[in-house]
Design a protein around this ligand. Structure first.
Ligand code: FE
Ligand code: FE
Length: 208
């Protein structure tokens, strides 16, 4: 074992409130199950799931202060919505306080709130596990999305981003452009596959 996961759990329990800690364990186990289904490194998936919200319980003001201290770039949108920073700051803390050096784990932590276009297997696993872990109960269509997660990660990304955007569109000021970019990317993938399935000309963006 490359990582001492039990030690990480003990440390996290000190920095997270009880609800967040329970959510964290749910995400870790869901990441592990998805990693088994898709042949992803199990230990990396467990570590990423465990640490994805490690910065979540830091007060927002302190989040901004820490980003400034450690020269983590903060967009204007993040400055107005500092809760989003727990992803970037989480990646920083995972690297410096939990000794994670695997860039894929760090990037999965960094993009778990917004998603992004063209995500790696581990990034998709963490993003999806965060949405479907057993403790979640508010999102629409959870039984459908949970099942989809185990049959098609890209379609699952599309469904989650679609629901997230529909939810955020009621409040457009809350919408980070990275989430929109991720949605456009996975929607395009979804449409292209639909066309291919119907035997229509291959892709919307044909290679030059
Ligand atoms: Fe989070
Ligand atoms: Fe989370």
């Amino acid at each position: 074992m490359k990582y001492d996961l039990r030690k990480m759990e003990k440390k996290l329990a000190k920095y997270l409130d009880e609800d967040r800690y329970v959510h964290t364990l749910g995400v870790m186990y869901t990441c592990t199950a998805l990693a088994m289904a898709y042949g992803c490194d199990l230990e990396a998936a467990q570590a990423a799931g465990l640490l994805h919200d490690c910065a979540k319980c830091i007060p927002n003001k302190k989040k901004l202060k820490m980003c400034a201290q450690h020269k983590i770039p903060v967009t204007e949108f993040e400055e107005q919505h500092p809760f989003l920073l727990h992803a970037k700051l989480g990646a920083y803390i995972a690297r410096h306080k939990y000794d994670i050096t695997d860039e894929e784990i760090l990037s999965a932590i960094a993009c778990h709130t917004t998603g992004k276009p063209h995500m790696t297997l581990l990034e998709k696993i963490v993003y999806i596990a965060d949405y479907i872990e057993p403790g979640r109960d508010k999102a629409p269509d959870l039984p459908f999305v949970r099942k989809l997660a185990f049959s098609d990660l890209d379609e699952c990304m599309y469904e989650i981003l679609k629901d997230t955007l529909a939810y955020l569109e009621e409040n457009p000021k809350e919408l980070d452009h990275t989430t929109t970019e991720a949605y456009i990317y996975y929607k395009d993938l979804h449409l292209r596959r639909g066309q291919n399935a119907q035997g229509l000309p291959g892709s919307i963006h044909q290679p030059e």
